[in-house]
Design a protein around this ligand. Structure first.
Ligand SMILES: *Cc1c(COP(=O)(O)O)cnc(C)c1O
Length: 356
């Protein structure tokens, strides 16, 4: 039976990315060696990093003066590296969910943290608006897509201070005005590669301004200077990321990804809103994520939750159980998600409705 992979992360990747990476694991570039057993400094590997960096810049239209880094540690380590490198006195954070809160917690160890707005009291069911960002902060931090709660900022906020963004779960799903940011980071395992590599886009002249000592490995300057080769970078996930970047370009880039994401999301939200058994959890419809589509059973059908999960699982749906802090269901529809899989889930919801 065909499986439809709605996993939240690690998650779906284009089939050809997996095949090409598998091939390189068996034989890298016809060298007779596996990608897993070559030096990251081998002359054949440097072009992999160089092309991945170049494609990042091309696909996101990154201006001059920025570096693209491939590091370890996940987005979670960036929660600490960002304030370590950029927070001298004060930073502003928008509290839109679990990940935003974790980022804020780390920053508090480095300076004053202003929570400009929060939707915590209402279960993170919308993105706060109309907040003010103090003009004297070192940066304003946002989480562009809230993977757990299913809300998303569909455009770059308009503020007067430099921004930092966690784009773990919506990178390459829409155009971004990178010039508004001093740093954009994310774990690769949602939209780009298998787990193990973190991407960081950093503005070169924004680093080196804080007065504290920064440990070598946590200093962006180290990795900018060494082109992500200060120590051994995660070779296999970087190779897979390159295959995804090539795939993205061949498909038509971020504009095409945005078109597909909207198409998938519109289809699924329309069914959630129509089907009497279900309801969406995000109250502000304009904030509904295109990437992580969250829904629960309607109140009068609450006791059917386990039945629907079983029914959908038997029809090949994978990973639709909601995060434990939200419950219900979450269909993660990252860039590689074919519209056929979304239709298969909709068919499931309609057949289940007929049975009840
Ligand atoms: C998954 C996720 C993280 C955590 O990523 P790790 O790489 O596991 O540290 C952080 N932020 C967001 C928005 C995420 O979706």
């Amino acid at each position: 039976m065909k499986k439809h992979n709605f996993n939240a992360g690690p998650s779906i990747l284009p089939r050809e990315v997996i095949e090409k990476t598998a091939q390189a694991i068996l034989d890298f570039n016809g060298s007779g060696l596996s990608l897993m057993e070559i030096s990251h400094r081998a002359k054949d590997f440097q072009p992999v990093v160089d092309e991945a960096v170049a494609l990042f810049k091309e696909l996101l239209n990154i201006p001059e003066g920025y570096s693209v880094l491939f590091l370890g540690g996940g987005a979670s380590l960036e929660f600490c590296m960002v304030p370590y490198n950029f927070l001298e006195k004060k930073a502003a954070y928008l509290n839109t969910g679990t990940w935003a809160k974790k980022a804020m917690k780390e920053a508090k160890g480095f300076g004053e943290v202003v929570e400009v707005a929060s939707s915590a009291d209402s279960g993170y069911t919308f993105i706060p608006k109309g907040y003010e960002v103090p003009a004297d902060v070192d940066y304003f931090h946002i989480t562009t897509n809230n993977t757990i709660y299913g809300t998303e900022l569909h455009a770059d906020p308009q503020v007067e201070v430099p921004m930092v963004a966690d784009m773990s779960s919506d990178i390459f799903s829409r155009p971004v005005d990178v010039s508004k940011y001093i740093c954009i980071y994310g774990g690769a395992q949602k939209n780009l590669a298998p787990a193990g590599v973190t991407f960081v886009i950093v503005k070169n002249d924004a680093v080196g301004k804080v007065s504290r000592y920064i440990p070598t490995m946590l200093n962006y300057q180290t990795h900018i200077e060494k082109g992500s080769m200060f120590n051994t970078p995660p070779v296999v996930p970087i190779y897979a990321a390159l295959q995804t970047l090539r795939w993205l370009k061949a498909q038509g880039g971020v504009e095409e990804m945005q078109r597909r994401a909207k198409q998938r999301a519109d289809m699924l939200y329309a069914e959630i809103d129509r089907n009497k058994l279900f309801r969406g959890t995000v109250t502000a419809h304009e904030d509904r994520s295109y990437m992580n589509i969250c829904f629960v059973m309607a109140d009068e059908y609450k006791d059917l939750e386990a039945d629907f999960l079983k029914f959908a699982t038997e029809k090949g749906m994978v990973g639709i159980k909601g995060h434990r802090s939200v419950g219900g269901f979450r269909a993660s529809c990252y860039n590689a998600m074919p519209v056929e899989s979304v239709q298969a889930l909709i068919d499931c919801m309609q057949e289940f409705e007929k049975n009840h």
